[in-house]
Design a protein around this ligand. Structure first.
Ligand code: C2E
Ligand code: CA
Ligand code: CA
Ligand code: CA
Length: 274
């Protein structure tokens, strides 16, 4: 009787331990990955639709985990958001960008865009982080914060937006037209930039309904004097279509795939010499 009870409680203890260890491990691995240099900052050029110049870059996180190899951001970003680890990751991206500033263009038309989760936005931490990490780097290239939203409408403090504007940061709404991003964002957040999601770019010439949405987003932004960036541009046809309709910046594999930020100066030199 006694050995069986002991065996059972040992077994239950083992299962509980296993479950906790597994639950802990992913968020622990993100924390560990930050200190172990497993994260990298990649960037993707933003191309001026009219001039063809590179007018900026978007910074994109990459994670190469020692045990599991490459883990895509679509997997680890939502996890980091749930586990309250998104702010340290954003700070890591800002840090890396600041370190690269001496190698990046200084012209007034060039800007750097970073992705910021709405959860990091909500508590004003983002303003402090930008002031601490970005502000000391002088002279400052223009910064655009791309607000990404996965779960629900962000309750964004108007003060946060005006503070960001006062330190020269522009606000973009990412993936406009998908998920939870909605028309009410335009009124509440008063963005400077809208990013047309790649599903709408992909619809050009193939999907009449989504292409109509693309056209409407473009004319909406133009009427409200909001700049437009189209992501996921993969073909010359898409680029021409978007350019003809006045989209300001184009981003996608047609121009360049995301690359390590350290490789960008060489890419830019080649692009300018084209
Ligand atoms: P996103 O902000 O919408 O970024 C654009 C995604 O489209 C990137 O995926 C990029 O690699 C991909 N892409 C670029 N050009 C093309 C194209 O021509 N065709 C196609 N099919 N895809 C293209 P990635 O790097 O895998 O990132 C996925 C998402 O993860 C991002 O979507 C963003 O929401 C999130 N993310 C990435 N880095 C960060 C970060 O530092 N912070 C936060 N909060 N989120 C991030
Ligand atoms: Ca983005
Ligand atoms: Ca996007
Ligand atoms: Ca997207």
């Amino acid at each position: 009787q006694l050995p069986l009870a002991l065996l059972l409680s040992l077994l239950i203890g083992y299962i509980v331990w296993l479950a906790t260890a597994n639950r802990m491990s992913l968020s622990w691995q993100i924390s560990y990955g930050i200190t172990a240099n497993e994260f990298m900052v990649y960037c993707q050029p933003l191309i001026n639709a009219q001039s063809g110049d590179c007018d900026g870059i978007e910074l994109l996180l990459r994670w190469h985990n020692a045990r599991q190899g490459w883990i895509p951001p679509d997997v680890f970003i939502p996890l980091a958001e749930r586990e309250n680890l998104i702010a340290p990751l954003t700070r890591f991206v800002i840090d890396k960008a600041v370190a690269q500033l001496p190698n990046l263009p200084r012209c007034p038309s060039f800007h750097i865009a970073i992705n910021v989760a709405a959860s990091h936005f909500r508590d004003r931490a983002i303003v402090e982080d930008l002031q601490q990490l970005w502000w000391p780097a002088n002279p400052l290239p223009k910064l655009v914060v791309e607000l990404t939203e996965r779960d629900a409408l962000p309750v964004v403090d108007q003060k946060v937006i005006s503070q960001l504007h006062s330190i020269g940061v522009r606000l973009a709404i990412d993936d406009f037209g998908t998920g939870h991003s909605s028309l009410s964002y335009l009124k509440d957040l008063q963005p400077d930039v809208l990013k047309i999601d790649k599903i709408f770019t992909a619809a050009i010439g193939t999907d009449a309904i989504n292409a109509t949405v693309t056209d409407m987003v473009i004319s909406l932004a133009q009427r409200l004097n909001i700049s437009l960036v189209a992501e996921g541009v993969e073909t010359a046809e898409q680029a021409d279509y978007l350019r003809e309709r006045g989209v300001d910046l184009l981003q996608g594999y047609f121009y360049a795939r995301p690359m390590p930020i350290e490789d960008f100066p060489a890419w830019l030199a080649q692009h300018q010499a084209r």
